[in-house]
Design a binder for this molecule. Sequence first.
Ligand SMILES: CC/C=C\C/C=C\C/C=C\C/C=C\C=C\C(=O)SCCNC(=O)CCNC(=O)[C@H](O)C(C)(C)COP(=O)(O)OP(=O)(O)OC[C@H]1O[C@@H](n2cnc3c(N)ncnc32)[C@H](O)[C@@H]1OP(=O)(O)O
Ligand SMILES: NC(=O)C1=CN([C@@H]2O[C@H](COP(=O)(O)OP(=O)(O)OC[C@H]3O[C@@H](n4cnc5c(N)ncnc54)[C@H](OP(=O)(O)O)[C@@H]3O)[C@@H](O)[C@H]2O)C=CC1
Length: 323
Amino acid sequence: LTLLSQQFSQTESWFHRSAGLQSGSAPHSQLFPPAEGVMLPPESFKNRVVFITGGGTGLGRAMATVLSQLGAQCVIASRKLDVLQQTAEDICSRTGNKVHALQCDVRDPQAVSHCVDQMTSLTGLPDVIINNAAGNFICPSERLSPNAWKSITDIVLNGTAFVTLELGKRLIQDQRGASFLAITTIYAESGSGFVAPSASAKAGVEALYKSLAAEWGRYGHRFNIIQPGPIKTKGAFSRLDPTGKFEKGMIDRIPTGRLGTPAELANLAAYLSSDYASWISGAVMRFDGGEYVSMAGEFNDLRRVTPDQWKMMEAMIRSTKGS
Ligand SMILES: CC/C=C\C/C=C\C/C=C\C/C=C\C=C\C(=O)SCCNC(=O)CCNC(=O)[C@H](O)C(C)(C)COP(=O)(O)OP(=O)(O)OC[C@H]1O[C@@H](n2cnc3c(N)ncnc32)[C@H](O)[C@@H]1OP(=O)(O)O
Ligand SMILES: NC(=O)C1=CN([C@@H]2O[C@H](COP(=O)(O)OP(=O)(O)OC[C@H]3O[C@@H](n4cnc5c(N)ncnc54)[C@H](OP(=O)(O)O)[C@@H]3O)[C@@H](O)[C@H]2O)C=CC1
């Protein structure tokens, strides 16, 4: 069984196989196929402990899977213990490496401290910390109650801060280095209507991580950020595109013509958390198939202009004399 697991971990995983061309993708997305398989060499995370908040579902689960395939002992934590336990079992049965499930509401600093106590007894302090847990929903800002604002910012900004500070302090005390990674979003930079609490909190997370990259390098700690564009997960799409009507428009504005995949994100997270990235700290990695620059450029809608229309417009421009 162990041999089988090892062979499996060196080739491909269950979710990589499912990462084919998604429905709704543009034809040119064939030129940007999501790579299958785990990118780093086997055992890149052997003898490493990885702590992932929100590791039971979506992108957190994908990152836990890849890191476990690479030899890590993973600890996944969030509110729903049954979901975490199922994920831990699924991953462990496929990779042969231990995955621990711990209940933790990151909004509650005491729960975070208790969770870190439990992890310390199970695995010792982690070498890699991935702050991935989040909450979000689309809502016109004038409809937000104070508690709606608080529920998102407490998970995203305070939760990340509580986890990072609790683990950071203990690692410093034990003179242990670590890699911290935060999953934010492309609109942390631009802001975005209809998700103002999420945009505000994610921007705060980025400021926290850049600050600590500068302050805690002396303790052996690296801090990096991935800003994903749209990647289809139930958690995100059920709350951000509940009718499914916006997906096509979103794909149309992504230059690579498709959504990202959890496997692609997981490979990037593994790289940034690995020794191969030990000189990368304070970095913000946009991971969006080009969506951000595509939305930002003043003239990018001209992609819709046909060659005949260009001929006509060029003639008009060239015929202009003077100002
Ligand atoms: C054009 C766009 C097209 C397509 C978009 C599609 C794809 C995505 C593309 C990009 C994604 C970019 C970024 C993604 C960021 C993410 O974070 S996605 C991850 C999302 N995952 C989750 O949110 C999982 C966890 N979420 C939850 O548990 C809940 O949703 C929660 C509400 C965040 C928290 O649950 P909790 O049980 O603690 O909270 P409640 O008690 O239910 O509610 C607290 C208060 O909030 C009010 N509320 C809740 N929902 C809404 C809503 N939909 N609208 C308005 N207000 C809401 C609720 O009423 C409470 O307030 P109160 O009534 O005043 O007490
Ligand atoms: N999918 C996408 O398109 C994008 C996602 N992102 C980011 O990626 C990350 C993962 O999102 P995704 O996988 O899509 O969505 P999910 O909804 O699947 O993931 C969110 C996770 O956060 C956990 N969580 C929520 N509240 C708490 C809490 N109070 N304490 C502890 N854990 C909590 C949830 O678990 P539980 O309910 O058990 O607590 C869940 O596992 C998030 O940071 C999100 O902002 C960014 C840009 C795009």
